[in-house]
Ligand binder design. Sequence first.
Ligand SMILES: Cc1cc2nc3c(=O)[nH]c(=O)nc-3n(C[C@H](O)[C@H](O)[C@H](O)COP(=O)(O)OP(=O)(O)OC[C@H]3O[C@@H](n4cnc5c(N)ncnc54)[C@H](O)[C@@H]3O)c2cc1C
Length: 406
Amino acid sequence: MTYPLRVRIREETEKQAMPQTSVRDDRAPQSRAGRPILVLGGGVGGMSFAISASRAGWPVHVVEADPNWRVYGAGITVTGPTYRAFRTLGILDELKAQGFHVTEGGRLCAPDGTPVADLQDRPIQPDLPVSGGIMRPDLHAILSGLTRAAGVKVSLGLTATEWMDVGDKVEARFSDGSTGTYDFVVAADGAFSKARTFLFPDAPKPTYTGQYCWRVVAKRPPEIDRSHFFVGAPVTCGLVPVTQDRMYMWLLENRPTMHWVDEATAYKRLAELLAPFGGPVAAVRDGLGPDSLVNVRPLEATMLPKEFWVKGRSILIGDAAHATTPHLASGAGIAVEDALVLAEELERQPNDIPAAFRAFTDRRFERCRLVVESSIAIGKAQQDHVSPEIMGAMMAKAQAALLADI
Ligand SMILES: Cc1cc2nc3c(=O)[nH]c(=O)nc-3n(C[C@H](O)[C@H](O)[C@H](O)COP(=O)(O)OP(=O)(O)OC[C@H]3O[C@@H](n4cnc5c(N)ncnc54)[C@H](O)[C@@H]3O)c2cc1C
């Protein structure tokens, strides 16, 4: 979800040993270093890391809190850098087969649907799409299928309740009372990371950025053949094709404070917000009803200072370290990049985990900060009713910087 858009993958606190329960870990496979890696969270970042590390020869154990390993049914926008990361991960063909991908830039429209301008974006690599979209459950199915195919051990409905470094290994305890011994821990448990709170009780938490994001999936009319952005009304919205017959609509609503939204009547409020629009957006509005699957959530963001990314043999990646708002549609992309870069640094220094973690943090920090801070700034500009030209320039600057190698 974003406005029109535009990497070379270069390529402890030591505490008392945790008392062992009588339940031995029988989930984790044996390791390259004699021990597996523990990955907390099976979202896009955790799965991407598990796939990459497993391919590099590490035994990996993913622990995912959701017993059904689901994702909500909204669409997700894929940008140039994200395509590049997905290609390195090896899922470009599956992505292309299941989503909707275009080689043109997006189209800007007036609120009544009249086209105003076509954006002349170029692909980040010659044979990649410029932008596109896919349903989150479809992306999740690709990644979870590959995770299992890579031989990763996946435990669902489980969380780690505590863990600690003991020399050059980590002893973990799980919510079912069992324990395990690991080489190190990769925490990829999302924006509201419990791992972050466990490791760093004083780390900054995500804060509300002043906007709500509304999303709904609708039938795709033939003319919505690329991302469309409707600007000039009190709220901003867009349409993104995700399959041949479906698209998703996103809308950003300015709200000074967080408030509770009744899910049962959310479609009515969304219809009110869509009142100023004509054309294809009006058609989405007119199709809203009690059965519409409207997803609405406040936008919250955080950019952890570097000192909160690593503690001993535990590291945070993805939203757990840098949760962004969706204004550059890059949160999932930088989570995949994190996974690729961490696997690469571990490959480079497999026997010096703290050094690999430092190298990872040095490579990732500024790029992730760029995404988070630029996204928040663009959201703020929308709230301040800054002109579309200035906002366009802010986006173009961030997008140009994101073309750099990772
Ligand atoms: C409204 C909105 C729209 C967005 N649109 C886009 C977009 O169009 N394009 C884009 O690139 N990005 C987008 N993003 C950002 C993107 O969704 C995130 O950046 C991305 O999902 C981060 O991946 P992650 O793996 O770090 O975290 P998540 O995807 O949140 O995954 C975390 C996983 O950890 C699990 N978990 C949670 N707690 C625990 C625990 N204690 N133990 C074990 N497991 C746990 C969760 O169940 C989940 O499976 C959007 C974000 C928002 C809020």
